[in-house]
Design a binder for this molecule. Structure first.
Ligand code: SF4
Length: 381
């Protein structure tokens, strides 16, 4: 990951809360989530369906629609040093807080539209839904340039469209192709080309490779990784497939029941998952290169977010649960207190809190040992 020398993060999500109002109760889809994202960093968000990861993407990009509402928190974008975004200044100075920080919640709809393509782009799961079926992909790229770069001539816009297609590995003669004339992988590449059109600092991708076969998926991941490096773009990559993130991301945040339960570098998470839920997720897919081992699932299902269990929301499914877990809600804190907060890894689990758990080491070894014992006893698969 390249940080371009800035000390400030690019994005600072603070205590974000998102609810969906339903006839039979309020769904707390994102519940007090905080994290930072550095310039050029790839952050993966993983968790089972319904854990709140896509809702978070919608909230960060301010694309949330009723019945979803942000009920608290801030989404702070720190304008990188030397990056001029007059498009925001022009309308109003109000949205610019001290020291070049913008709270995305303060942007007007007009400012947001400009901000989204210039600073922040979004790539969603189904390219077919994201592309206009009656316009060629060239026309769709040019359309973005026309709207946001009116100073460019028609020739310059076409030149940039070809440049973008080239960047994502689509031949120039496809400029006039319609979405239905492209394969699934090419359509997803075209959507990525559109997202890159204005050189944004940050891209949010929500399950961008889920509908693709594994070979195309791999090509697209390599493309995304190369583009992030080439342009030092930050990326929030959302998927239910943790194995994808381990190849792509710098850090991974594991979500459960609307909260981040573990945040660590890929290497740390892979080698030493500290949260029992992370351990369960990693244990649920085969390791092609390491020694053979028994795979296990995670018993039970994610909770109903209208009625989350008291204490730790994971406790009804947790093989490590003890008395405190049923009563006290854990908070996200450094696994090794004293180390630089997020870099040392953060975890939300009482196993690491001396007030509730007296043993010194309660990390991945203890969780692995517990899983092995239960597997031997035939209590888990
Ligand atoms: Fe399991 Fe308790 Fe940790 Fe929750 S707090 S993950 S129930 S050990």
């Amino acid at each position: 990951m390249e940080t371009k020398g800035d000390t400030k993060p690019l994005l600072d999500v603070k205590n974000l809360k998102v609810d969906y109002s339903a006839a039979n109760g309020v769904v707390h889809a994102v519940n007090d989530v905080s994290f930072t994202l550095q310039r050029g960093e790839i952050l993966g968000l993983a968790g089972e369906s319904g854990c709140g990861k896509s809702t978070m993407a919608y909230a960060i990009t301010r694309l949330l629609r009723p019945p979803g509402y942000m009920t608290g928190g801030q989404i702070l974008y720190h304008v990188p040093e030397g990056r001029d975004i007059p498009i925001i200044h022009r309308d109003t100075e109000d949205a610019l807080l001290a020291e070049g920080t913008i709270d995305l919640m303060d942007l007007s709809p007009t400012q947001l539209r400009r901000f989204r393509w210039n600073e922040l782009s979004i790539v969603f799961q189904s390219a077919m839904n994201a592309l206009n079926p009656v316009l060629s992909i060239g026309a769709q790229i040019i359309d973005v340039l026309k709207r946001h770069r009116p100073e460019l001539s028609a020739e310059q816009r076409k030149h940039r469209a070809l440049e973008l297609l080239n960047l994502v590995g689509i031949a120039s003669d496809r400029l006039s192709s319609y979405p239905h004339q492209l394969s699934g992988g090419m359509r997803q590449r075209a959507v990525i080309a559109i997202a890159l059109a204005l050189n944004p600092e940050l891209i949010v991708m929500d399950e961008p490779t889920t509908a693709l076969d594994v070979v195309v998926q791999r090509d697209i991941l390599q493309l995304i990784s190369a583009l992030c490096k080439e342009f030092s773009m930050a990326l929030i990559f959302i998927t239910h497939d943790l194995s994808l993130l381990l190849e792509l991301a710098d850090r991974v945040a594991i979500m459960y029941a609307g909260k981040i339960v573990e945040l660590a570098s890929c290497q740390e998470l892979y080698l030493r998952p500290n949260h029992p839920y992370s351990y369960g997720l990693l244990n649920a897919f085969p390791n092609l290169h390491g020694p053979r081992r028994v795979m296990g699932g995670i018993p039970g299902s994610p909770p109903d977010l209208r009625n989350v269990p008291a204490g730790c929301a994971f406790h009804p499914r947790c093989l490590m649960a003890f008395e405190a877990c049923r009563k006290v809600e854990p908070i996200l804190q450094a696994v090794h207190p004293g180390e630089h907060a997020e870099q040392g890894g953060l975890v939300s689990c009482h196993l690491y809190d001396k007030r509730y758990h007296k043993d010194d080491v309660a990390g991945s070894e203890a969780i692995a040992a517990r899983y092995a014992t239960l597997a031997e006893e035939g209590k888990i698969r």
